[in-house]
Design a protein around this ligand. Structure first.
Ligand code: GLU
Length: 467
């Protein structure tokens, strides 16, 4: 049997990290077993679905690298097929038209509440054989009355639901449009899905869906309902806990593999290992090892994982992602040193790519403004003299490399009987606008002689202007 899993988001907003974790687990399970992963856009709610959300979901999947083997399929393209199945269920007596008005349904519920019964549809239209004139009926599924349904869930274990608790759910609205529980079953069936891995907010739908599968004479897929993700306060993770959209993590400077590594640990573990490459995840993941209970989101841990990947990934890879962030700052990386070389210098000193981009702008853009505190301390009449001295030495340097640059700084400090910092720091402020950079010699090497000399010259002019 080929394993086939799916991710079936409703395009009513951005791709949420909870959705991304569901997608990741489904994807991993398919990849691990050499199966297929399918993307299905559940866009039948025409009022809430938008094209922008579809784009946002596709963008999120691409950024995460969760490539799908089939799809995206769109439910709105499959209305004819849903109609066909609704007709089939009507024809074989597993569904019926319901003519009850809203008023009638409200009265029914009212009465049940008064009798201290659970409010539910009482099946009164099951036996109506003649259409009620002027009423556009809805279609209800004839749920079995007796017995029970057991959801054998690979995450949660066996969960039994009494059929008497499940009422005859609506499968088509009065305008003929199909409802969620019907479309999901038809698609999971037609798409040959062997495993349905989804959030446990759908667990209550599952026994109803199993009954529809059975009415259609189909094999029921294996279900795995994932526990929800909580915020640090124990409430369901939502906007008020901070960023929840996958793309906002890109915007904040996370690498996709860091987010995936973080997400895989939400509800799944392998001993106490925290770091997993994608290949390790594929090799080690199993849906049966997923926790039953909810897990909490922890931004500090995500940041720690991100820093790990920034430090240890190939510079070329980081550079591809950093390039986007440079663009966000209005910087074209083609206007300066090769970005990969900047990454090599910065890899050890950034937790996020936003931080790395902000600390690398001077390789591509002249300093516009000096940090006031840094300038006050380091760009003074005294240091103007040192800068002038270093300008001369650097301008005469035959080979623009870190080592001879280092030697020049050292010689200058020895001759002037000052610490090396007294020479290096004014230069650093001149070229970066601030007091933080990778080792100055390598920074200058990468910046190049022309830019370095121009920046030192500007700083000297600036000091004179201030005086
Ligand atoms: N479209 C549903 C949602 O976004 C998921 C349905 C399913 O996975 O079965 O919540």
């Amino acid at each position: 049997m080929t394993i086939r899993t799916r991710f079936a988001p409703s395009p009513t907003g951005y791709l949420h990290v909870g959705g991304a974790r569901t997608a990741l687990f489904s994807w991993l399970y398919a990849r691990k077993h050499g199966g297929q992963f399918i993307l299905r856009i559940e866009d039948t709610d025409l009022e809430r679905s938008t094209a922008e959300s579809v784009d946002a979901i596709l963008e999120g999947m691409t950024w995460l690298g969760l490539e799908y083997d089939e799809g995206p399929f769109y439910q709105t393209h499959r209305f004819d097929r849903y109609k066909e199945v609704i007709t089939q269920l009507l024809d074989q007596g597993d569904a019926y038209h319901c003519y009850c008005s809203k008023q009638e349904l409200d009265d029914m519920r009212e009465q049940q509440r008064a009798n201290k019964e659970k409010p539910r549809y009482d099946g009164r239209c099951r036996h109506v054989t003649t259409p009620k004139g002027g009423v556009q009926p809805i279609v209800r599924f004839k749920n079995p009355i007796e017995g029970s349904v057991v959801v054998s869930d690979v995450v949660k274990g066996n969960i039994e639901f009494q059929n008497s608790e499940l009422d005859d759910l609506v499968i088509a609205r009065s305008d003929g449009s199909p409802t969620y529980n019907l479309t999901v079953v038809v698609d999971d069936l037609d798409m040959g899905l062997t495993h349905v891995i989804r959030g446990d907010d759908h667990l209550n739908n599952t026994p109803r869906q199993i009954n529809i599968f059975k009415a259609l004479g189909a094999d029921v897929p294996v279900f795995g309902h994932l526990p929800m993700i909580l915020g640090d306060d124990g409430a369901r993770l939502s906007k008020r806990h901070g960023a929840v959209s996958v793309m906002s993590y890109r915007d904040e400077g996370y690498l996709p593999e860091a987010l995936l590594n973080y997400l895989v640990r939400l509800g799944w573990s392998h001993g106490d290992q925290e770091l997993f490459t994608i290949d390790e995840m594929i090799a080690l993941f199993d849906i049966t090892d997923v926790n039953k209970s909810a897990s909490a989101f922890n931004t500090d841990k995500l940041l720690w994982i991100n820093q790990h990947y920034i430090k240890t990934s190939a510079p070329e890879h980081i550079a591809r992602h950093l390039s986007w962030h440079m663009g966000q700052l209005g910087i074209d990386p083609a206007t300066g040193p090769e970005l990969t070389k900047v990454v090599v210098l910065q890899q050890e000193r950034a937790k996020t790519l936003v931080e790395m981009a902000a600390n690398s702008h001077y390789f591509y853009k002249d300093v516009q403004e000096y940090n006031a505190k840094a300038a006050k301390k380091n760009l003074t009449i005294v240091t103007a003299d040192i800068l002038e001295d270093m300008y001369g030495r650097l301008a005469a340097l035959p080979e623009w490399l870190a080592e001879p640059i280092h030697t020049l700084i050292k010689e200058c400090s020895v001759e002037r009987e000052v610490g090396m910092g007294k020479v290096a720091q004014p230069i650093r402020v001149a070229i970066t606008g601030n007091t933080i950079s990778p080792p100055l010699d390598s920074t200058l090497e990468l910046l190049g002689s022309e830019r370095t000399l121009a920046a030192i010259r500007s700083a000297i002019e600036w000091i004179k202007d201030q005086a």
